[in-house]
Every structure is written in C-alpha cells, then in structure tokens.
Write a protein that binds this ligand. Structure first.
Ligand code: ADP
Length: 212
C-alpha cells in the first residue's frame, strides 16, 4: 500500500466491492479531473456538469479546490511542497469516491503534470478523465472573478499560478475545452457526452449479472 508510517496497520478486506456498488448505481465510477488556470472555468463546469449528471440519475460528488482548503487541506499553503501534498490528499479522497461507485468531479488548478499523473495512477486505467480548461492567461486575468490576479500582480500573493508559479499544460488529456471562447453550456455538453460513454456498464458486467 505504498509508504506507510504505521507498520502495524493491516489492510482490511471489505465484503462489498466497487463493482457491487457500480452495479447498484447503474453506472461506473469515474474521476473527472478539471485542471486549468484560476478563472479558467473549473468550478463553474464541475458544478454544471454535476447538475447535468445528477438530473440523469448518476451518482456524483464534487470536490472543489477552494472548499477543500477550508477543511482537509486547511493546513496547506501554495508552496510547491504544499501543492503536491494538496493534490495527493484530494487524489486519495477521489479514489474513495470512485471505489464507492460515484462520478467524482474534481476542480483543482493542479499545475504540475506529475501530480495529476499520480492521481491517474491511483485508479484503474479508464477511471481518470482529465479535462483541460484551456483559457489564456489574458482572459482569465480579465475575468479576475476573485480579484486574485490583481493582488498577484501587486505582489500581494506569492506563488500565484500563471504569474509567479508555473502551470504545466496537460500533454494528453482526455478532453480539451476552449473555455475562453465557448459558452458554459457548450462545454457542459462536451463533457457530458464524453463521460456518458465512459461510465456505461460494460457488456461483460451485464452478462455476469444475467448469470447470477
Ligand atoms: P476556476 O474554478 O477555474 O477558478 P471559475 O469557474 O471560478 O474558474 O470562473 C470561471 C468564470 O468564467 C465564470 O465566471 C464563468 O461564468 C466564466 N466562463 C465563461 N465561459 C466559460 C466556459 N466556457 N466555461 C467555464 N466558465 C466560463
């Protein structure tokens, strides 16, 4: 189970599996990981896509960067080290939700490719759906929803992604959204259509069910 500081902790096997829960939910679990600059539309889209999925009876949960930093990650700042730990914790939480058979929507700047890759590696191939909210720094800065760019430019915020801290553009994401030019509605449909296929319960599982 990786590096573990408590050597006397034994993994407890559980009776119910992810497959049991997925079968009950009627769809597969999935992490939809929204990454992009601040103001690129991650939170807006995670919420809107979740609402869309919820309406169609999918089991969903949204993990939002700002909200997590009020609780689970309240002790972390924005140094490289803290950003890495932030994403590690979110990844572990997302994994639990997927194990519960849910579609988890995660909205995190997650600027480092290696951290996003680590989250991808936590789940089976096919259960991580990376969405790059592609929006230029200029547009994000002109939106400046939370007034953070202005503060960053004024030197009041250190380590601000895009200004004084790097953002590594995803090389091979499952989906790239043009959140600088497209409407929210268009982007929501793009994600919804792509995800609907991904979470469909496979033939093999349906067959196995029929033979039970
Ligand atoms: P982030 O979570 O990435 O920091 P937010 O979702 O808080 O970004 O803010 C994005 C802003 O951009 C919102 O005001 C939203 O209405 C606007 N916006 C315009 N077009 C889009 C789009 N296609 N997708 C997402 N947001 C968009």
């Amino acid at each position: 189970m990786g590096d573990n500081k408590s050597s006397n902790v034994v993994w407890q096997d559980v009776a119910l599996t992810r497959q049991d829960r997925e079968r009950k939910n009627g769809h597969r679990g999935l992490i939809i990981w929204f990454t992009g600059l601040s103001g690129s539309g991650k939170s807006t889209l995670a919420q809107a896509v979740e609402a869309r999925l919820h309406r169609e009876d999918f089991h969903t949960y949204t993990l939002d960067g700002d909200n997590m930093r009020h609780g689970l990650c309240a002790d972390l700042g924005f140094s490289n080290e803290d950003r890495i730990e932030n994403i590690r914790r979110i990844g572990e939480v997302a994994r639990l939700f997927v194990d519960g058979g849910n579609i988890v929507l995660a909205a995190f700047i997650s600027p480092f490719a290696s951290d996003r890759q680590k989250v991808r590696n936590l789940v089976d191939p096919g259960s991580f759906f990376e969405v790059h909210c592609n929006c230029s720094l200029e547009i994000c800065e002109s939106r400046d929803i939370k007034g953070l760019y202005r503060k960053a430019r004024a030197g009041q915020i250190r380590d601000f992604t895009g200004i004084s801290s790097p953002y590594e553009v995803p090389r091979n994401p499952e989906l790239i959204l043009d959140t600088g030019a497209s409407t929210v509605e268009t982007c929501v449909e793009q994600v919804f259509e792509a995800v609907r296929e991904r979470v469909r319960l496979g033939e093999a599982m349906a067959l196995r069910d029929a033979n039970r």
